[in-house]
Design a protein around this ligand. Structure first.
Ligand SMILES: [Mg+2]
Length: 314
């Protein structure tokens, strides 16, 4: 006989703390959003406009001899479809492309991206996560896409499990006895997560106001800036997790934070950052980095493990 799903899953109190930071494009979903670049075949050939996918961009972005941002409009023009529309009421590419990408996976046209199932599991288990992307959307836009993911990628049973786990955490950590509606509990959970699109103006302003990163930015090359921004978003999330654990008294058990990205440059810089700074500052936390650039590998390749604890299943 199948055990019914309890209204409140008390079992969550026996779990270790695992958190995840996900890149979105080609890590969770293969989005159809295109980057507008200029390309030339040879050094003396003329530059011609070309639209490339994000996975192609990850491969060619360092090839400045053959690819560049449009002469008119620069990088802002290149990533126009990666930001929210300038005016309300205009279509939002991120939401539309997420819907399209989810439909392709559901129809079996597209294989799930390497972290698709880990993201799904994270949601079903009700674990706190962060989305860290080079895109330029407002946090509310990304949260909306996550809601779309919950509605489309999870089965009704998985959504029921998620709610049971969310109530379990609320009772265990927040000592809640009277629960809100499912919508209210979901709002609370998604409000605990972080949505950082590092080219969003609000994010850039926050980074520029940070004394450490203002200095780091001042000396960084243009190419190093997106990686630095991802670093800032990761530090932000790790601090958020740390403070949440401090508040709820959860620092007495194993804590692990996973990071996954399909861009090798990001994987390298984040691994270095974890080794050089984060693992020293948060020495009770285990960090695990996954390189998901090889789409034939489910879950990607574990490239960096830092911290003393050794958790099974991570
Ligand atoms: Mg990516």
């Amino acid at each position: 006989m199948i055990r019914p799903i309890p209204y409140v899953n008390e079992e969550v109190a026996n779990r270790d703390f695992k958190y995840y930071i996900f890149d979105w494009d080609d890590n969770i979903l293969h989005m159809p959003t295109k980057i507008r670049l200029e390309h030339r075949e040879t050094a003396d050939a003329p530059w011609r406009p070309v639209e490339v996918s994000t996975s192609t961009f990850a491969l060619v972005r360092a090839d400045t001899a053959h690819y560049r941002a449009p002469a008119q409009g620069g990088w802002e023009e290149a990533f126009r479809c990666f930001a929210d529309p300038a005016r309300d009421g205009e279509p939002n590419h991120f939401i539309d492309d997420t819907r399209a990408a989810l439909a392709r996976v559901a129809a079996g046209i597209e294989k799930p991206s390497p972290s698709y199932n880990t993201f799904k599991k994270t949601l079903v288990e009700g674990r706190i996560f962060a989305i860290v992307t080079a895109r330029g959307h407002a946090p509310a836009t990304i949260e909306k896409a996550v809601r779309l993911f919950i509605a489309e990628a999870l089965t009704p049973l998985e959504r029921e499990l998620m709610m049971s786990n969310l109530r379990g955490y609320r009772r265990w950590l927040d000592k809640v006895e009277t629960f809100g509606t499912d919508d209210e509990e979901l709002d609370y959970y998604l409000g605990m997560c972080r949505y950082s699109a590092v080219t969003y103006d609000g994010f850039k302003a926050r980074m520029a106001n940070d004394p450490i990163y203002r200095e780091k930015l001042a000396v960084a090359t243009t190419a190093a800036r997106p990686e630095l921004a991802k670093e800032f978003a990761i530090r932000d999330f790790v601090e958020h997790v740390f403070h949440t654990l401090q508040r709820t008294g959860g620092l007495d058990r194993s804590v692990a934070i996973g990071f996954s990205d399909d861009d090798k440059g990001n994987v390298r810089s984040v691994s270095n950052y974890i080794r050089a700074e984060l693992s020293r500052r948060f020495d009770g936390i285990k960090f695990v980095v996954y390189d998901t650039s090889d789409r034939t590998l489910t879950k990607g390749r574990k490239v960096c493990v830092s911290g003393q604890m050794n958790l099974p299943g991570f």
